[in-house]
Design a protein around this ligand. Structure first.
Ligand code: KIV
Ligand code: ZN
Length: 522
């Protein structure tokens, strides 16, 4: 093994190839270029940019990424067929560091598909890897479904690929079947057994069908692999691939037992995670390790109290290390007095002990009834007059909508005691209604969230509408329920605007109240 392989693990990102193979995760050309740029910039060693023979679009994306990338090796995927490999070479040729990744399914089940005997397949591997190596210096070869391939045959084909010039041998656990002990053992035995294995890099490519992809990848590194194949957010076929953010942070946090480094700038993790989630349309589950919304959020009183005293009580890594500005202590029914006081301070409200006691009782009562307690709920609790004066009131709403034209809303409101009416058209009844509200009460609040939820089943169900507005960094929410979704929408929107007005009166503009950071309050 060369020096660099001893403690440096190469990160091979396949978000744009295996990740894009997730049903429904297709990205546009420009989105692929953007993600590739972010991967390059964050220090990914090898970007698998696509499967050039698969489509004209894939070919274009791989060639443009190859041309633009600054540091990463740009790799394209090719089946064990000469035209695939030629097309791949053509696509990656503009990269300063091109790689061809060619593969063939070597397990009995996969050999049966092209109906090749072991000898015929061995011959095909020799021919295709040799061909690829004649086109580029950097060739990766994968025996697909390696973890279900007979041991002797696996050793034989890996040896053939090495002799034919492969510089990286990837061992895919294509169906996510392997367990960590096997993953480590397989790589270790291959390195010990196959002639020439110490001259090349072994890679691990794990799928997450049994939820073991990250564990298997790290175990493979312990066994001697020095390239991890992974995707942002664990995107990929079926249950996905090893998540880049998980392996990279595991190596960083547990360097004591896994003394390997990567070239990843971990502070860029959160941004790329959000972009991949947006462009792929795959929402990240809130409790997803590292990049989930709750990964650095603590709700229970004991945890919040601990966090306010010493972050290490409940955090093994700093949110800043993955690009999040601070820990979030969302208030809910499990929160304690310390967190409430910290939140009030963050909102610019100083209260004495007695007042805090009183607010805390009302806060617990509210939190029992409400899933999430927002900043403006807290401010409403502080105010002795509850929500405060209602500057804007809905008086009447009539909407005409349907096929054959734009929707029209006729809205009557009371604004600071005056009765006013507006008629507006829009793309649908809600848009027309919100336009009418803005016509009567011009404002620059941006609609950040509009969500409708049916509370009960049936066409007469009560709909709960939630609206989130943002104005100069200040967030305000409104929620309303009605059997008429448009009426609920109007009421929720007006409530959010009212709260924004009250908020402006209480704390002034420009107070960043989006998230509470324990670092800001200690
Ligand atoms: O999962 C797999 O086996 C693959 C190969 C193409 C490497 O993605
Ligand atoms: Zn795969």
């Amino acid at each position: 093994m060369t020096d660099i392989q001893k403690d440096r693990v190469l990160i091979f990102d396949t978000t744009l190839r295996d990740g894009e193979q997730s049903p429904g995760a297709t990205m546009t050309h420009d989105e692929k270029l953007e993600i590739a740029e972010l991967l390059d910039d964050m220090g990914v060693d090898i970007i698998e940019a696509g499967f050039p023979i698969a489509s004209e679009g894939d070919f274009r994306a791989v060639s443009e990424i190859a041309e633009r990338s600054k540091n990463s090796v740009i790799c394209g995927l090719a089946r064990a067929q000469l035209p695939d490999i030629d097309r791949c070479a053509e696509a990656v040729k503009k990269s300063a560091r091109p790689r061809i990744h060619t593969f063939i399914g070597t397990s009995p089940l996969h050999r049966a598909i092209p109906n090749l005997t072991q000898d015929e397949m061995a011959e095909r591997i020799h021919e295709t890897v040799t061909h690829a190596r004649n086109l580029v210096d950097n060739v990766q070869w994968s025996p697909m479904d390696a973890t279900r391939t007979e041991w002797d045959y696996l050793c034989r084909v890996v040896e053939i690929a090495i002799k034919a010039g492969a510089t990286t041998i990837n061992i895919p656990d294509t169906v996510g079947y392997t367990a960590p002990v096997e993953s480590a053992d397989l790589i270790k035995r291959l390195i010990e057994t196959v002639p020439g294995a110490d001259e090349i890099v072994f890679a691990t490519h794990c799928h997450n069908d049994l939820g073991m992809a990250t564990a298997n990848a790290l175990a493979a590194v312990a066994g001697g692999a020095r390239q991890i194949e992974c995707t942002i957010n664990g995107l990929g076929e079926r249950a996905g691939n090893t998540a880049l953010e998980e392996v990279v942070m595991a190596l960083k946090v547990r360097g004591d037992i896994m003394p390997y480094t990567t070239g990843i700038d971990t502070k860029k993790i959160m941004h790329i995670s959000r972009r991949v989630s947006t462009v792929s349309g795959f929402v990240v589950q809130p409790n997803k390790a590292i990049v989930g919304k709750n990964a650095f959020a603590h709700e229970s009183g004991i945890h919040q109290d601990g966090m306010l005293k010493n972050a290490e009580t409940f955090e093994i890594m700093r949110p800043e290390d993955v690009g999040i500005s601070g820990t979030s202590l969302p208030l809910g029914k499990h929160s304690g007095r310390a967190a409430l006081r910290a939140k009030l301070k963050d909102l610019g409200v100083d209260v004495g002990d007695n007042q805090l006691k009183d607010i805390f009782v009302r806060f617990k009562d509210l939190a029992d009834r409400k899933k999430e307690v927002f900043d403006d709920d807290i401010l409403a609790l502080v105010s002795t007059t509850g929500e405060g004066e209602e500057h804007l009131k809905l008086v009447n709403l009539k909407v005409v909508c349907g096929t054959g034209g734009q929707a029209e809303a006729e809205l009557e409101m009371e604004i600071n005691g005056d009765d006013v009416t507006a008629i507006c058209k829009g793309d649908g009844p809600v848009d027309a209604t919100f336009k009418a509200v803005r016509d009567l009460h011009p404002n620059k609040a941006k609609l950040q969230l509009y969500q409708v939820q049916a509370v009960t089943a049936g066409t007469d169900a009560q709909a709960t509408v939630s609206v989130k507005l943002e104005e100069d960094g200040v967030i305000s929410t409104g929620q309303s329920a009605d059997t008429d979704t448009v009426v609920a929408s109007a009421k929720a929107y007006i409530q959010a605007l009212n709260r924004l007005i009250v908020r402006r009166e209480k704390v002034g503009p420009g107070v960043d109240t989006k998230e509470i950071s324990y670092r800001d309050v200690t």
